[in-house]
Each structure stands twice: as C-alpha cells, then as structure tokens.
Write a protein of this length. Structure first.
Length: 296
C-alpha cells in the first residue's frame, strides 16, 4: 500500500515518521520542502505537488492548518482529488468544521474516493510517541481498511459516526481545552492579584475537581515563561472560531466560548500567535500587571 502524506507541521511530521517506522513507504508534500527532508530516503519520496502525489498513492493523509489549506490541497489547481484512483481513501486529520468535512466527503464521493474525517487529540509529544486519539467519522468498512494505519500513529480510535462526526467531536474537545485554559489563566491571575503565590496556587489547585487534568502539563511552561509550542495559540483560536461557526449553523448559543475565543484573538495581536496556547496565561497576567491609567 502506497501512502501519501500532505502537511508536515508539528503533528503531521511526527505522524508520518511513525508510519515509516512501521514499514510504510510514503510520498510526501509540504509547501516548505525543508520540513520533509527528515522523511526522505528509501521509505520516503517528495512530490512536487499534491496532484502528482495523488497519482502515486492508494491512501492520502492530510494534516493541514485550516479548511482553506485543505480545500487548496484537494481541489486547487494542483489538487490531489482529481488524480486519485477509484476506490482510493482520503483521511483528513485536520481540525476543520463538520460542515466543511461533509462538503469534502461529497466532493470525494463524486470522484469515487472514500473520505474519512479523523482529527486527533494530543500534543507534539503524544504524536511522537504514537499516543494520539483519533475521532473518526466514516463508513465502518472504511474505518476497518485504515485501522492499522491509524494505530501506527495513535493508541485510541473512537468511531463517532458517519462523515463529519469525527470533526464534530474534535470541535467539542478543543472547545473544552480552549475555555479550560482561559478560565484557569484568569483564576490564576485573580489569585496572584489577591496576593497568593503562584506556587501556592499550582500546588493547591492542580489535581482538584475544578481543574482539568491537562492543565498539569502546562505548569512548567507557565513557571518558566517558556511557551515552546505544542499546540499554537493561533490554531486554538482558529478551532474556537470554527466551533462558533458550527454553533451558528446548528442554532447553539455559546456566550462563554465566544468570549474566550476573543481573548485568544487579543493575545494574538500582542504577539502570542505562535506560542503554545497556554501563553494566554502570560497575556492575562501582563494585563493585570500593567499600571492603571492615570486619572484625569
């Protein structure tokens, strides 16, 4: 089975490497070729375009930043979708909105290509260690065809339903991550403002029911001030925006989430876009540490 992989960023590069570790040969494409270099060799070749990649493979993975990037790779002037053979599989692991996934599924079906939405939960270390969780929206038969591939890069597969349901679950998961991080940062800012030390807050709060378990992994970043990227803040803001789009489409109100989404947008404007999304803590505490405006 020849596999194509498009999108070799923080997550995609690690997923592709794990596929190679299990003996699969890859054809890869990335806008920046340098990111593909570690994968090239006996088990990896570089394609000049998504279209040329599509001509060579039975299965194509996409792991791209946003819907426009996925659309361009699949349906653009050099898109792969018109070049895949009949009965090929397209596995989109990108974080996109459910209505977009369903549109891509329809485009694939018109070309007799099987579409699977399979976004993941897990940061860069989980991707490197093949411990990602896959949220899969697919026909059951298609999932069984690709299950061995997914288990090369993850350790849990949740079949959430038909096409679009994997991205639906990813929307819910990332909404909890984004709002949870923002709420924790705001609570920490309040605690410090009231005179409680950061260490006391961490020691007292982590591991208690009000605090999401994932926040323990962000302690070192916050204490050191080194927000080396595991999940970029700009992509968290993007996912929360897509969740708000999905909420609009389904008639759901999300007042708290929309406020958090705008908090991340403000942090982006202050230079935190490429930092880990936990840097929203740094942004909030910087606000509270700023001197009060002079009274007129």
């Amino acid at each position: 089975m020849k596999i194509g992989f498009i999108g070799l960023g923080i997550m995609g590069s690690r997923m592709a490497a794990n596929l190679q570790k299990h003996g699969y040969s890859l054809v890869v494409f990335n806008r920046t070729r340098a990111k593909a270099e570690p994968l090239l060799g006996p088990c990896g070749t570089f394609s000049d375009s998504p279209a040329k990649l599509g001509e060579q493979v039975d299965v194509v993975f996409t792991m791209l930043a946003h819907p426009d990037a996925v659309r361009q790779a699949a349906l653009g002037a050099n898109g792969f979708l018109d070049h895949l053979r009949s009965n090929a599989l397209w596995i989109d692991c990108s974080s996109v909105n459910p209505s977009f996934s369903r549109k891509m599924a329809a485009e694939a079906a018109r070309r007799e290509v099987h579409f699977v939405d399979a976004p993941v939960t897990g940061s860069a270390p989980a991707a490197a260690e093949a411990k990602l969780i896959f949220w899969v929206g697919a026909d059951p038969a298609d999932l069984e065809r690709i299950r061995p591939l997914l288990l090369c890069t993850g350790n849990k597969i949740v079949h959430t339903g038909g096409q679009g349901m994997g991205t639906s679950m990813k929307m819910v998961v990332n909404l909890l991550l984004g709002t949870g991080m923002a709420a924790f940062a705001e609570a920490m800012a309040l605690g410090e403002g009231l005179g409680i030390s950061r260490k006391m807050l961490f020691d007292s709060l982590l591991g208690t029911p009000p605090v999401a378990p994932f926040l323990a992994s962000k302690r070192e970043k916050i204490e050191s001030g080194n927000y080396e990227t595991e999940f970029p803040l700009r992509w968290m803001q993007k996912d929360m925006h897509l969740a708000s789009v999905s909420a609009y489409e389904s008639g759901v109100a999300m007042p708290l989430s929309n406020a958090a989404k705008e908090l991340y947008r403000l942090a982006m404007r202050e230079g935190y876009a490429t930092e880990d999304f936990s840097a929203v803590y740094d942004y909030l505490t910087a606000i509270h540490e700023s001197p009060a405006p002079a009274k007129v």
